[in-house]
Design a protein around this ligand. Structure first.
Ligand SMILES: NC(=O)c1ccc[n+]([C@@H]2O[C@H](COP(=O)([O-])OP(=O)(O)OC[C@H]3O[C@@H](n4cnc5c(N)ncnc54)[C@H](O)[C@@H]3O)[C@@H](O)[C@H]2O)c1
Length: 356
């Protein structure tokens, strides 16, 4: 039997590159799409050319398409020719704050680009699972309406209903999302609709903080990666509001890819999952500073700014119970400590080989 083909959009990004390497190791032929728009969004620090070199080195037969997902005709033509067995859509403008300065580009990539891929999939490979990277920002600032308790280094949910984190049935309506959150809502709903309306095996993964050694973290996107980079370079990290006690849950990008593999093996229609590190891998910014200092041995330089980022979550961690109920073979494989160590190791290596 010939190898199944996976089409990975955003293949040079954090998640796309991990997914490409992971599925190649599971015997897939990998075709990646990436236009290096991360460099357009974030400048030279966001450049992912080093990842493309790595994919070419590490994945035998890797095929790269330097295509922009906004290019409808070329996306349709590629899907027609390729008819992949699986589509993993990770290409995006990923920053909450950046979107307000580039509203048309943000929407065209996150919403319209997603529609191009969905429609191409419906026309040429409707039975192939379509996995979409969505975000917890689709909930807007609704999680901030949950009563909180202030602890010494973090905020915590005071309502026991959220003890295990945010479930998928939290409303995504009538809250403040940022333009990024709104464009991701459009993509998320469209992916669900292609599932429900056309009975296609689609899935939205609403990510928490996805991270790992392959992240090109920048101030506007990539929380732990950027925080550890700042620590290593003695660069000042700015904390925006909430006393630095805002909580994020962190998951290794390989655990994201491992979940996608489980979905590929037993796809469902129009599913939605909150995918993050869960309660066990949640930490506040203040706690992350201490952990970074412990791992690198260097003090964190940081500055506190009173004003929080607009619509930012005060406390967010994912309830992983639905994922684990549907896919019991999947669980988190990396602890928070291991995540810090791997990211630190990767930045040190990139600094040494000057590939940053
Ligand atoms: N990293 C996180 O913490 C996080 C959290 C929640 C959700 N997500 C979601 O996961 C997905 C992947 O995020 P990531 O962290 O890997 O982002 P990333 O920026 O590292 O990767 C995205 C990739 O897509 C490419 N790209 C962007 N626009 C494109 C276009 N028009 N055509 C082709 N390629 C394009 C970029 O060049 C980049 O390599 C996104 O949908 C993001 O919203 C990420």
């Amino acid at each position: 039997m010939s190898k199944p083909t996976v089409l990975v959009t955003g293949s040079c990004g954090l998640i796309g590159s991990e997914v490409s390497v992971f599925f190649a190791s599971q015997g897939f032929h990998v075709v990646g799409i990436d236009s290096n728009h991360r460099a357009v969004f974030f400048g030279p620090e966001g450049d992912t050319s080093w990842v493309l070199d790595r994919l070419r080195r590490e994945i035998p037969g890797y095929r790269h398409e330097a295509l922009d997902i906004r290019d409808r005709d070329r996306i349709l033509a590629l899907l027609n020719a390729l008819r992949p067995n699986l589509i993993v859509h990770t290409a995006a403008q990923p920053s909450h704050d950046k979107a307000a300065t580039i509203p048309f580009l943000d929407f065209e990539v996150n919403a319209l680009g997603t529609l191009h891929l969905l429609e191409a999939a419906r026309q040429f490979c409707p039975e192939s699972p379509f996995i979409h990277m969505s975000t917890n920002k689709v909930y807007g600032d609704r999680p901030n309406s949950i009563p909180l308790t202030e602890l010494e280094t973090r905020w915590a949910y005071a309502d026991p209903a959220f003890e295990n984190g945010i479930p998928e049935n939290l409303s995504i309506d009538q809250s403040k999302h940022s333009l990024f959150g709104a464009s991701k809502v459009a993509g998320d709903i469209m992916v669900q609709e292609y599932g429900r309306y056309f009975q296609m095996p689609t899935c939205c993964l609403r990510g928490g903080c996805l991270t790992g050694p392959n992240h090109s973290g920048v101030e506007l996107h990539g929380f732990l990666s950027y925080l550890i980079k700042c620590n290593l370079e003695g660069r000042e990290y700015k904390v925006y509001g909430y006393k630095g006690k805002q909580v994020r849950d962190n998951i290794h990008s390989e655990d994201v890819a491992r979940f996608m593999f489980e979905f590929w093996k037993a796809p469902r229609v129009a599913e939605v999952y909150n995918l993050g590190g869960g309660k066990a891998n949640a930490c506040s910014i203040l706690e992350a500073f201490s952990m970074a200092e412990e791992v690198t041995g260097q003090p964190m330089q940081w500055r506190y700014l009173e004003e929080n980022r607009s619509g930012d979550h005060i406390c967010y961690y994912s309830d992983l119970s639905k994922m684990q109920r549907h896919y019991p073979a999947w669980s988190i494989s990396r602890s928070l400590k291991e995540l810090f160590e791997e990211i630190c190791g990767s930045w040190t290596e990139r600094q040494t080989s000057k590939t940053i």
